[in-house]
Design a protein around this ligand. Sequence first.
Ligand SMILES: [Cu+2]
Length: 91
Amino acid sequence: MFFSNKQKQTIVVDKGYEPSEIHFKQGKPAEITFKVKTDNACLREVDFKSLDQKMDLFAPGKHQIAIPTDQKGEIPFVCGMDMFHGKIVVD
Ligand SMILES: [Cu+2]
């Protein structure tokens, strides 16, 4: 099936991002799901600045983001206060 090619990873948001670094292969669709296990307001918002996308992780529903994999490189993300950091690496 075509859709089985999708790369999927989960990041747990608790005392930071676990894991804080995720690798995807170039050229295949990729998606990240955030699972929130904290009520620390610092981690409420996650901001993918280079993708111009922010997400409210305390809002109801699924917290997923599609990651472009057309180019190799790093896609950083930060909490709304720029205290916790993580990155996606396309390689
Ligand atoms: Cu923060």
